[in-house]
Write a protein that binds this ligand. Structure first.
Ligand SMILES: [Mg+2]
Length: 197
């Protein structure tokens, strides 16, 4: 089975960095926000979107990898016989391609081959179909739900912004991307046709 990954809050702890800045700038706890889209009094959706992207851009070097994810992706890379690992992000490509690749280079170096593709969030599912991806790892519930019908399973990493919501049967909640990869490798090792729990 083919697996692919979102980047923000699946590989990088982006919301944690954002949260530090948002607390200082607006007094808003972005990490414990009950929705994916953060709302700030007095700002429009576009203002917030631009602010979020600017913070991630300006402080990109400070974003930490999710716990143990670098080693786990390297393990997956070996497990999948050194096929490139696929990442699909809704970050705007023109602004973020270079710094995203620099981050990956810094943490992965030449230890894995990978491909990063950029698509607006509502176009991710089309790319996932084109690439024949069977399993996707995501943190945004809206995306997970739109991708779910096109794949065998979506692993949804639990965060405050996606909790307490009903999810379709093939969205599997996990506590971390590491747990998702372990479950994926477990299913592959036992040759099951689908991920079943
Ligand atoms: Mg994300």
């Amino acid at each position: 089975m083919e697996i692919a990954f979102d980047i923000d809050d699946v590989i990088m702890q982006s919301r944690l960095l954002l949260s530090d800045h948002m607390k200082k700038d607006y007094g808003v706890d972005a990490f414990n926000f009950p929705k994916f889209e953060i709302e700030i009094n007095g700002l429009t959706k576009d203002d917030v979107y631009n602010y979020v992207n600017q913070v991630l851009y300006d402080y990109h070097d400070e974003i930490e990898p999710c716990k143990n994810i670098i080693e786990k992706i390297q393990e997956l890379y070996e497990f999948r016989f050194y096929n490139p690992i696929h990442f699909i992000t809704a970050r705007p490509e023109d602004k973020f391609r270079d710094i995203t690749e620099a981050w990956f280079n810094r943490y992965f170096g030449k230890s894995i081959k990978y491909e990063i593709e950029f698509r607006p969030f509502d176009k991710k599912v089309d790319l996932i179909k084109e690439r024949c991806i069977d399993v996707f790892v995501e943190d945004r519930l809206f995306n997970a739900k739109s991708i779910a019908p096109a794949v065998s399973a979506v692993f949804l990493v639990n965060y405050p912004w996606n909790l307490n919501k009903e999810t379709p049967w093939n969205i599997i909640r996990v506590e971390s991307t590491v747990e998702a990869i372990d479950k994926f490798m477990g299913a592959e090792s036992t040759n099951t046709a689908k991920i079943d729990f």
